[in-house]
Design a protein around this ligand. Structure first.
Ligand code: PEP
Ligand code: MG
Length: 543
């Protein structure tokens, strides 16, 4: 048996076989084609398209970076060679398969044949073939939008997973996720958590683990590979006990979020898409405290239209009825990217054009979202909050937009409500001006994930900092207290919606500080409810 230690980002135990996720490559599917001529034409059109793109890249780069630019030129020449074209055409014709699959087969056969050769010219040629093949596959659309995990549920191992990739997977097929990159507060981990998938980060996953029997222990952060029979049996017993423990918590689904001494706390849920709503209702959350609306903008070719957003928000509002639904306006940028957003490369995207800054730069996108939120407000109990606020000037701009949108809706006699508004406090700047911010909105919501990374100046996703990234740092705890006190002086409510809100070791501390509500992923509602109900704020604490 091999044992690997990492960090658990969501608890639980999984036993199963490993599927190693190879980015891009894994997703190409093989189809039988009946019209060979048509498929050959498709392939040749893609070849022309890639050729044009490579020449464009050459033109664009040749002034400043001649050596790099020549690479594109060499690739374009290789793409035009008869030998490359014929090799792929022959696979399409003889095997009657789709062009994308034929390109991949040719690429892999050549790569494998020449893998051990050290001759620089051959290595270079193979590299170019891989590059142009990947471009062709992209154009041919051989990349399935849904990542196929096979028939049986698997333990998914990968070097890294993006939020978009995990969103595209069928969650019923994933027993657990094990990655090298990522952290407790990376968005991929948060998504895995909201899907209740045991997850580990910080493990150097290897492609040759494919099909290996494994156990993931999401309590200790351990991966066991090739366990023996006896060990497997022992873990199966633990897995069953874990399931029973979770079931026992279910009796808390319908009880109130109230401390022993009678203080009522708002316990809300964080969601990233409409599928999560079932769990919000199932676990009996008071409402939705954080709807990460940006996920509706990811994994697609273009901006969602206002009406699409409106329909989604209306559905959430209607499903939740009287319960509050806090929609966070899009927090795109940084680790949440889509090609169509066309955000120029940034040296430091975490500190870059993201969240409210991007929205105020792209007013058309922002206005479409705000109009959709206001239109949906007529159908339920919606509130709206803004991510990454650092100044009152940003609020001035937002208020101007809201006024304009409300005026437009009134003129067109489109119904809307005057909804509650809030600000996410997730930058040290927002903490320091929290009293001023509290005067301008109905609630503040502490985004402790970003607040921790910006306060400690440590990237929340950097695996090298995993041992040093301390979200219990006294600076963070003091900031939370400071924000609660400032806001309360202005009669403004405070929620915590970062991952720290689900940390039951801190629940009582937060309640003693006077926090009004907590918002956590749906699967964490019951453990936090238990911690609230076990807290007694009438007895003094030495913690
Ligand atoms: C946060 O930063 O704590 C937060 C809730 O927002 P996100 O995790 O989506 O950045
Ligand atoms: Mg944040």
């Amino acid at each position: 048996m091999e044992i690997y230690k990492g960090t658990a980002t969501f608890s639980g135990i999984a036993i199963g076989k490993i599927l190693f996720y190879h980015k891009n490559e894994y997703q190409i599917r093989q189809y039988m084609v009946s019209d060979i001529k048509k498929e050959l034409n498709t392939f040749n059109r893609a070849r022309v398209q890639v050729g044009i793109r490579l020449r464009e890249l050459y033109e664009k780069n040749c002034a400043g970076r001649q050596t790099e630019a020549e690479i594109f030129q060499k690739q374009a020449k290789l793409l035009e060679t008869d030998s490359f074209r014929r090799a792929i055409e022959s696979i399409i014709t003889s095997e009657k398969v789709n062009a994308a699959y034929a390109v991949m087969t040719n690429r892999d056969e050549l790569s494998n044949t020449f893998r051990n050769l050290q001759e620089p010219a051959i290595c270079e040629r193979i590299f170019y073939i891989q590059e142009i093949s990947n471009r062709l596959i992209e154009v041919l659309g051989g990349i399935s939008p849904k990542i196929d995990l096979g028939d049986q549920p698997v333990i998914l191992a990968a070097e890294n997973l993006s939020p978009t990739e995990i969103m595209e997977m069928d969650k019923d097929k994933i027993l657990a996720v094990v990655t090298h990159q990522g952290s407790i507060v990376s968005h991929t981990s948060i998504l895995a958590k909201s899907m209740a998938i045991p997850s580990l980060v910080g493990i150097e996953t290897q492609p040759d683990w494919e099909d290996a029997e494994a156990i993931v222990d999401g309590y200790t952060g351990t991966l066991y590979l090739y366990p023996n029979e006896e060990f497997l049996k022992e873990y199966e017993i633990r897995r069953q006990a874990d399931i029973k423990e979770r079931e026992a918590l279910l009796k808390l689904k319908t009880v109130q979020d109230v401390t022993r001494d009678g203080k009522k706390i708002g316990l809300y849920a964080n969601i990233s898409n409409l599928d999560d709503i079932n769990n919000v209702l199932y676990y009996g959350a008071a409402g939705i405290g954080l709807f990460r609306s940006e996920f509706q903008y990811l994994g697609r070719e273009n901006y969602p239209r206002e009406n699409e957003l409106f329909c989604a928000y209306k559905k959430v509002a209607e499903t939740m009825g009287d319960r509050l639904v806090v929609i966070r306006t899009v927090d795109l940028g940084a680790d949440k990217q889509a090609d169509y957003l066309d955000i120029p490369d940034e040296v430091n995207p975490i500190m870059g054009n993201r969240g409210i800054r991007l929205c105020l730069d792209r007013k058309r996108m922002f206005k479409a979202q705000i109009r959709a939120i206001y239109r949906a407000s007529a159908y339920g109990n919606i509130a709206m909050m803004y991510p990454m606020i650092t100044s009152e000037e940003e609020l001035d701009e937002i208020e101007e937009i809201i006024d304009e949108i409300k005026k437009g809706l009134t003129e067109k006699k489109i119904p809307y409500k005057d909804i509650l508004t809030g600000i996410m406090v997730e930058t040290p700047a927002a903490v320091m001006i929290s009293r001023e911010l509290a005067r301008r909105v109905d609630f503040l919501s502490m985004g402790t994930n970003d607040l921790t990374q910006y306060t400690l100046a440590m990237d929340r996703q950097n695996p090298l900092l995993r041992g040093k990234y301390n979200d219990h740092h006294p600076a963070i705890i003091r900031m939370i207290k400071m924000v609660i006190d400032s806001a309360h002086k202005e009669n403004c409510k405070v929620c915590i919606c970062g991952e720290l809100a689900a940390d039951t070791a801190l629940t009582e501390k937060f309640l003693r500080m006077g926090v009004d509500s907590l918002s956590v992923v749906p699967v964490c509602i019951l453990p936090v409810r238990k911690a609230i109900r076990e807290s007694d704020l009438s007895v003094s604490s030495d913690k």
